[in-house]
Design a protein around this ligand. Sequence first.
Ligand SMILES: [Zn+2]
Length: 121
Amino acid sequence: MAFLVCPTCGAEYHALISDPKTWYAERYPDVAVGSVVPGLCFDCFPDLAVGDIVDIRNHGEPLDGQTVSVQKIVLDPAGCGAIYFVRLPNGRDRALARCNLSKHREALDADPPAPPKDGYF
Ligand SMILES: [Zn+2]
């Protein structure tokens, strides 16, 4: 098991790893096995592109939970990151940081999976 903190959004999580000793040695040779290390979380790992549908998070009311689309991405030329302009349901654009956005998961909107057919078990 590895313990991680996302350097983008601050989420704390753990990852099941079959060989933690080797995993830590390869990635963090100066850190003791089992220590907390940086690692992008599931929500921050994917790159975002213009046109992506995203959910707003970690911002607070009334924006959290809104599903919006990325209209424009502006990168800092010095390399400190990007801001993402999203179109809110009221038609206004809003600039947000990557920690405020996660890719929308359509599976959450889909119908629940069909139950197994008779005789499956
Ligand atoms: Zn994150």
